[in-house]
Design a protein around this ligand. Structure first.
Ligand code: GLN
Length: 500
């Protein structure tokens, strides 16, 4: 097994024992990126110089016996949605092509304080809207298991870089499934924490009541290690919960006793790929063999999840994205072109309004424009009650479904997606088909509960299949322990795509 194939936990042990330096490890990943990222496209930017400088600094401190952080020397890739001081942060959009944040997101501060080495910025669907990473304004990301296919999205780069061994750890965000779905399609582990578990300060907002930051990694232990660093209260985010974050990596190897898992029969209905059904059913059997009790439960409102999400998320997006007007920061349409256009069409629209219009038409891609229009419409007078308010009521019912479920079972087990990775271009002209990718993931965001995706099998064509476990708010510790039980009993997480 090559160095870049080892888990972050194994690499950390080598760093701590002095058998490996951070410069060696960082260089190994930079070489790997050099060798394979031209066929995957996981990164938007690779921070070669600063990564090596950071690594050398950490090595020197360690060698001098000075204290170092929890992730000391481990490279981490960051989704390009998290503000990093003095480093371009594009959110996958032309709108933010030249945006250089003057401050760090709290999670970036935490990673730096833990002495993680920031390797680079990963590709994503523009403003995190999408399920395939084809909506990036820069380039699409390919699935390392089959580069004619999509890696999932919106954290497609974050998942692909893990699965292709270009980073041991990465940070993504999940508003409706954007950590779990790409993790499932790329065969890695991805965890969406409970709403409020991780600070959103410095996360470029898509839908503020749904967005959460979380870890992607190759193993459950590695995800536990990274979550431990990301989680915790932050006075700069009023929705972050004032409760200490447990030391997940210390408990992840303790199996749970008397585990009760809920199965929603509904999850296996029409439209789901039979290979996924069979892999998830086998996973359920694995849990039974480990002593878990399986209970059949109902989630009567889950079917309304996608419809509810595609009202609430665009409404919040239309409000959050109003700030990109070409005035404060970000892309601005060319003034001479604005004036020339006005002169040509003889419109009495003033230059300011035309500048707004042209800036937003040119700076945002088609999917973002669609969401802004959907959201603005659903929030407008006369439609607010019919759409937005109704969606909020259904959201409450979905949360109630979860509360009822968690009164009966510890966790819910089921699929992450209804299909394995699909072909590039297959769904991007059909928004409805793309939105249905979120069928099994959006309800966790609407209810604010925690969810994890972990590898549970492969299709006949060799594409990864993900298993989803969902737990009650702030039960990440149990979620990770339950996931680790499965991982210990199986070897799906050890397989690697063949990339030359
Ligand atoms: N696929 C969903 C969407 O397009 C979820 C995205 C996300 O979680 N950021 O909105």
């Amino acid at each position: 097994m090559s160095l870049t194939q080892k888990s972050a936990t194994e690499q950390l042990a080598l760093l701590q024992s002095g058998e490996l330096t951070s410069v060696e490890l960082t260089q190994a990943y930079l070489d790997r990126i050099q060798a394979v990222d031209s066929s995957v496209g996981a990164f938007l930017r690779i921070e070669t110089e600063s990564a090596l400088a950071q690594a050398a600094g950490i090595d020197a401190r360690r060698a001098a016996g000075q204290p170092v952080g929890k992730l000391a020397g481990l490279p981490v890739a960051i989704k390009d949605i998290l503000c990093t001081k003095d480093t371009p942060t594009t959110c996958g959009s032309k709108m933010l092509e030249n945006f250089v944040p003057p401050y760090n997101a709290t999670v970036v501060e935490k990673l730096l304080a833990a002495d993680a080495v920031i390797l680079g910025r990963t590709n994503m669907d523009e403003f995190a809207m999408g399920s395939s990473t084809e909506n990036s304004a820069y380039h699409p990301t390919k699935n390392p298991w089959d580069t004619t296919r999509i890696p999932g999205g919106s954290s497609g780069g974050a998942a692909a870089c893990i699965s292709a061994d270009m980073a041991p750890l990465s940070v993504g965000t999940d508003t409706g499934g954007s950590i779990r779905q790409p993790a499932a399609l790329c065969g890695c582990v991805g965890l969406k924490p409970t709403y409020g578990r991780v600070s959103r300060y410095g996360l470029i907002a898509f839908a503020s009541s749904l967005d959460q930051i979380g870890p992607l990694a190759r193993t459950v232990e590695d995800a536990a290690l990274l979550l431990e660093v990301l989680a915790g209260h932050d006075p700069l985010d009023s929705t972050s919960v004032n409760a200490p974050a447990p030391a997940y990596s210390e408990t992840v190897n303790q199996p749970l006793e008397n585990l009760t898992l809920g199965v929603v029969d509904h999850h296996f209905g029409e439209g789901i790929d039979p290979e996924i059904v069979s892999a998830v059913q086998k996973a359920i059997e694995v849990y039974e063999s480990l002593g878990a009790t399986i209970k059949h439960i109902e989630m009567p409102h889950a079917d309304y999840g996608v419809a509810t999400y595609y009202i609430i998320a665009p409404c919040e997006a239309s409000s959050n994205l109003a700030r990109y007007d070409g005035v404060h920061y970000g892309y601005r349409a060319d003034q001479a072109e604005v004036m020339a256009e006005l002169a040509e069409d003889g419109s009495d629209e003033g230059p300011l309004v035309r500048m707004y219009r042209k800036t937003r038409s040119e700076g945002f891609g088609p999917e973002v424009q669609r969401r802004i229009m959907l959201g603005t419409y659903a929030l407008s007078e006369g439609y607010y009650d019919a759409f937005y308010l109704k969606a909020l009521k259904v959201r409450r019912l979905i949360r109630q479904d979860y509360d009822n479920a968690f009164a009966e079972v510890d966790m819910i087990i089921g699929p992450v997606t209804s299909n394995p990775a699909f072909a590039q271009g297959e769904k991007n002209s059909d928004p409805m088909a793309m939105y249905l990718e979120d069928l099994y993931t959006v309800t966790a965001n609407l209810a604010g509960v925690a969810g994890i995706s972990l590898p549970c099998g492969f299709t006949e064509n060799g594409l990864p299949i993900g298993l989803q476990l969902q737990a009650a708010p702030f039960e990440e510790e149990k979620l990770l322990r339950a996931a680790q039980m499965f991982q210990t009993a199986t070897d799906f997480h050890t397989r690697r795509p063949e990339l030359s």
